[in-house]
Design a protein around this ligand. Sequence first.
Ligand code: ATP
Length: 234
Amino acid sequence: MLSLNDIWVHYGPVAAVKGISLEVEENEIVTLIGANGAGKTTTMRTITGLHHPTSGEVRFCGERIDRLDPEKINALGIAMVPEGRRVFPQMTVMENLEMGAYLRSDTAGMKRDIEEIFGYFPILEERQKQLAGTMSGGQQQMVAMARALMSGPRLLLLDEPSLGLSPIMSQQIAKIIKALHQAGRTIVLVEQNARLALLLAKHAYVMETGSIAFHGLAEDLRDDPKIRETYLGV
Ligand code: ATP
């Protein structure tokens, strides 16, 4: 569904992503793990068109997308939940969700999607009139995920969904990611919590200083002594 082929991304003269290639198949969860500054967020922003690669190709469902702008990429079916959630704090939960659907005009489809989304996040249905900025970190993560789902994406990119959340709330978000996957969603998950990410994903890519250092089945990486020592603290 998604492929990156030898992608380089620079900030001025500095290369943040150095020739990475990766593949995401339909209906799978792929995770990208690695230390702070490894280039994970830059990679996600490149997929969504917020950065254009200096060289290399990004293809989505066969179409080359690396020169398209973010709105066009969103309209093609890719939505990202950014690191730090970035909900609209002065808007209600429902208004945040509506913002996620701003490119859509199919009212009936949107209504259906809202119902489905409230199935994943019942608390958002209860709190739909609450200002998003007054909610807890975990609830704001849910608003951000729900907002991204409102664009009806075929591919959902999640950047550090568990960052700053309590272990219990992280588990709750992990359960929702699993449920989304079981319902057939395709997900790319960036996580510093490698343990959680390797449990959720089928395939994993480990980034180090802008490059892919390892990739393979998540279950194999969980058992790899170097990964265990460096990323799982075992
Ligand atoms: P984190 O988890 O901290 O977000 P990351 O793996 O997502 O880390 P990136 O945020 O993609 O890493 O950063 C990769 C490299 O690019 C880092 O060295 C970072 O300092 C640098 N970088 C990121 N954004 C910018 C920017 N806007 N301008 C210049 N350099 C940047």
